[in-house]
Design a protein around this ligand. Structure first.
Ligand code: FAD
Length: 647
């Protein structure tokens, strides 16, 4: 086996998006020597793409807003499956996290009287999203990067080395979490450019790797979203929570084919854009579900008045939570009332003057002009659902972000489960990253610095991780001596395409039992073939090899999604079953945990046909009484199970 370089840290943060950077800053400020490692260039994480804003109940635009209202909206959006303590902490701490960004140099758009401006978004009762045009994620990452650099400059003054306490390893991928018994001991990594292996030894590892969208064909997500962190946690023995909940954002581009799935921000609707079908009808009025009937306008006139006078009118149904809008668009297209390229129309051109559109939605203006040759100040956009976000994720303790069952492992950001229940509200991700990124960094540092004895890294695990990573270069794969021997290697790109098509067609926005069973069969076939995924060439920048390694993660995560989706026989949030179309109150009490069939993480030993995941049902923790008291009893009756109401 190759000699592997080893470096010692207190905390390793895997991922340099908003969650990872916020965790790293906190860990370093708490005195832990911290390494950040990311697949892409530093500053190019997914968070950069976030457009609309950060949800925080600052009450700058409507003083009626406060954390309790934000908590209520978040729970409603998640259809009460949220890990309620996370939703509480998130709503309470988000305003401080936004303020903190300004003290670190961020500059948000302002209200006329100079306060941080806040915009409307689906499911939020008040204007709540702090924003920088439609480029909020860019400002967030820029600010966190700047903070990291300033901490490194402080360290240089003291130690003469910028990277003595905080170092970023960019364009490097983690393929395994290493363990000493039950405890975390570090990460196994490779440099993407050179293919060189190395190990970061640390008692605490924070996973902040984002989502899983690249397992689906139509997605707003970038190449990095291959579910790595989800898989790393599973393989380390930490369960994943409620993986059936995948958010299909209602408005992705549908044309031209090369850009299908790219996001059209919800700010377009928050700022007044409306959805119409091919008959010119604002169809969302036909799709307001009973649970939301009292909160949404029943006529176009009332909906339009709301933009000017929100206190005396109800909001337009274009601003329903994303799952509702995505399903409505799907239904319109299916009923033959779609746009020429299989979406519906999203129009701002008749709703605001051209210069306002260009000022408030500059990225959207350029995106459509450059990618689709559409001038959104003069004509409607064509849009349709796109796989956008995963609500399911690593099961964590609410207060500490500690992953369940593996001491020293923490998770925050999109990769962590629980916070958003069955459906995330727009803007609640950026605030989630900041609130729980900080908490993960804090507790990871405390854990690492409080340990008596550091865990040891086991050479055997390093060798096994290196062998696993090198496997795509050996034509025979692990199956030597079996009937698989001698068969030609599989092309990782072909396997990836088949996986994306399978998940899109069979475990997508509307789900059916027979289709999910077919998906599980196809996944079994892909798993068998993926063991023969082979690549040519060498380890120096070899994208085919990188994809072959990512396939392990996408297959694991896709199996989690498909198994959990088949198990949950109801429709709730981001999980819609055509054969079980209603939300069942009894299911509110049930979390589905995905666990590896082999708890030692040795995938080679598991039977690829039978699958690598088993599901465990767990009863959700009862919601605290004072939080329940924030809702009307009539509303709770729609969500809570009979025994919960009785209690
Ligand atoms: P990311 O920012 O994706 O960072 C993940 C990091 O992990 C990256 O650095 C990546 O390189 C690294 N990584 C992954 N795997 C590995 C590995 N194996 N080894 C090493 N590193 C690894 N949310 C909002 O709240 N408001 C919005 O306005 C908004 N707009 C959005 C617009 C778009 C187009 C999209 C796609 C999403 C939007 N979201 C928005 C969602 C939000 O941006 C994401 O959920 C959030 O940025 C995720 O942040 P994160 O820190 O968890 O992960």
């Amino acid at each position: 086996m190759p000699v592997v370089d080893r470096q010692e840290w207190d905390v390793v943060v895997v991922g340099a998006g908003g969650a990872g950077l916020r965790a790293a800053i906190e860990a370093r400020e708490r005195g832990a020597r911290t390494a950040v490692i990311c697949k892409s260039l530093f500053g190019k994480a997914h968070t950069v793409m976030a457009e609309g804003g950060i949800a925080a109940a600052m009450g700058n635009v409507n003083s009626g807003d406060n954390w309790q209202v934000h908590f209520r909206d978040t729970m409603r959006g998640g259809k009460f499956l949220n890990q309620w303590r996370m939703a509480e902490l998130h709503a309470q701490e988000a305003p401080d996290r936004v303020w903190e960004l300004e003290t670190w140099g961020a500059l948000f758009d302002r209200t006329k009287d100079g306060r941080i401006s806040q915009r409307n978004f689906g499911g939020h009762e008040y204007p709540r999203l702090a924003h920088v045009g439609d480029r909020t994620g860019l400002e967030l990452i820029r600010t966190l990067q700047q903070k990291i650099v300033s901490l490194q400059q402080e360290d240089f003054k003291e130690t003469g080395d910028y990277e003595s306490r905080l170092k970023v390893y960019q364009e490097c991928t983690v393929t395994r979490i290493l363990k000493d018994g039950e405890r975390v001991s570090g990460t196994f990594c490779y440099e993407r450019e050179s293919g060189r292996f190395f190990v970061l030894e640390a008692p605490s590892v924070v996973i902040a790797t984002g989502g899983i969208g690249k397992s689906f064909k139509v997605t707003s997500n970038s190449w990095e979203y291959t579910g790595d962190g989800h898989a790393l946690a599973l393989l380390a023995g930490a369960p994943l929570l409620n993986m059936e909940f995948v958010q299909f954002h209602p408005t992705g581009m549908v044309w031209p084919p090369s850009v299908k799935g790219i996001l059209v921000t919800e700010s377009v609707r928050g700022d007044g854009g409306v959805l119409r079908n091919s008959e010119g009808k604002r169809f969302m009025f036909d799709y307001i579900p009973d649970v939301f009937k009292e909160k949404y306008a029943q006529s176009e006139e009332e909906g339009d008045r709301w933009y000017e006078d929100p206190d005396n009118n109800r909001r337009p149904p274009e601003l329903l939570p994303r799952d509702e809008v995505a399903r409505a668009i799907n239904a319109e297209v299916k009923a033959g009332r779609g746009s020429p390229h299989g979406g519906v129309f999203l129009d701002v051109s008749t709703r605001m003057p051209a210069e306002v559109i260009k000022r408030r939605l500059p990225s959207m203006y350029h995106q459509f002009k450059e990618l689709a040759d559409v001038d959104i100040t003069a004509e409607a956009m064509e849009v349709g659902p796109t796989c956008h976000y995963v609500m399911g994720g690593i099961a964590v303790e609410s207060d500490t972000a500690a992953a369940r069952g593996v001491p020293g492992l923490f998770a925050s950001g999109e990769v962590a489960g629980g916070m958003h229940g069955s459906n995330r509200l727009g803007g609640n991700s950026l605030s989630d990253l900041l609130v729980f990124g900080r908490r993960a960094g804090l507790h990871a540092a405390r854990y690492a610095t409080g340990l008596g004895e550091r865990p040891a890294v086991d050479d055997g695990q390093i060798d096994a991780a290196a062998a696993e990573a090198l496997r795509p270069f050996s034509a025979e794969g692990p199956e030597a001596g079996t009937e698989e021997t001698g068969r030609p290697p599989e092309n990782p790109y072909t396997l990836h395409q088949e996986l994306q098509q399978t998940m899109n067609d069979l475990v997508g926005i509307i789900r059916r039992e027979a289709e999910m069973e077919a998906a599980l069969k196809k996944l079994a076939d892909l798993r068998v073939r993926a063991r023969r995924a082979g690549v040519e060439g060498h380890r120096q920048f070899n994208p085919g090899w990188h994809l072959a390694l990512d396939l392990r993660n996408m297959l694991l995560v896709s199996e989690c999604v498909a198994r959990a989706a088949l198990e949950r026989t109801e429709s709730r949030g981001g999980h819609t079953r055509e054969d079980h179309p209603t939300m069942e109150r009894e299911w509110r009490r049930i979390n589905l945990l995905c666990q590896p069939t082999d708890p030692t993480g040795g995938l080679a030993a598991t039977d690829p046909v039978r699958g690598q995941i088993r599901l465990v049902r767990e009863t959700t923790e009862p919601i605290r009484q004072d939080l329940l008291a924030l809702f009307d009893k009539e509303e709770l009756v729609k969500y809570l199970a009979e025994e919960e109401l009785y209690e």
